[in-house]
Design a protein around this ligand. Structure first.
Ligand code: DQA
Length: 141
């Protein structure tokens, strides 16, 4: 079975306490459950959350044999050349995901180090952005 890694970046473990107008009502655990349901055993899923840039980079390096990575780099989207460079090494399918509409918020969120090393981006649909990423993978499988 093809393996898909889902990476959640910093502060996404605090969903439920973060502004609901941007990030929705669900906890990360609830989102992961919805992702698993949408996946419906198509892929072998691994979930990873970290607040640390280095741990995210190491996780990507350790997963080069995966079929795809779905990544919400959260705040590191706007700052991390390191995560960008790690994603560049990964040769599988790379999907950028955001709960909120990052391109239509604060100016600093328009800076994006990840976008052009990913194949596609789903954003602005809260938890459905992740589900769209899974649907996309199922469609192109
Ligand atoms: C986010 C958007 C980022 O700008 C922010 O720092 C996050 C979450 C999103 O999913 O909408 O933490 O990636």
């Amino acid at each position: 079975m093809k393996k898909v890694l889902i990476i959640h970046g910093p502060n996404l473990n605090m969903l439920g306490y973060r502004p609901k107008e941007h990030y929705g009502d669900l906890t990360l655990n609830q989102i992961n459950q919805l992702i698993s349901k949408e996946n419906d055993s198509y892929f072998e899923l691994e979930f990873f959350q970290s607040n640390s840039e280095g741990q995210i980079i190491t996780k990507i390096q350790d997963s080069l044999d995966f079929y795809a990575i779905i990544i919400n780099p959260a705040a590191y989207t706007h700052t991390s050349v390191g995560i960008r460079d790690a994603l560049e090494i990964f040769k599988g399918i790379k999907i950028e995901v955001h709960l909120s509409c990052v391109d239509e918020r604060d100016e600093f969120r328009k800076i994006n180090y990840i976008r052009d090393v990913c194949d596609i981006c789903f954003s602005g649909k809260k938890e459905n952005s992740y589900l769209d990423a899974i649907k996309y993978l199922k469609k192109i499988k």
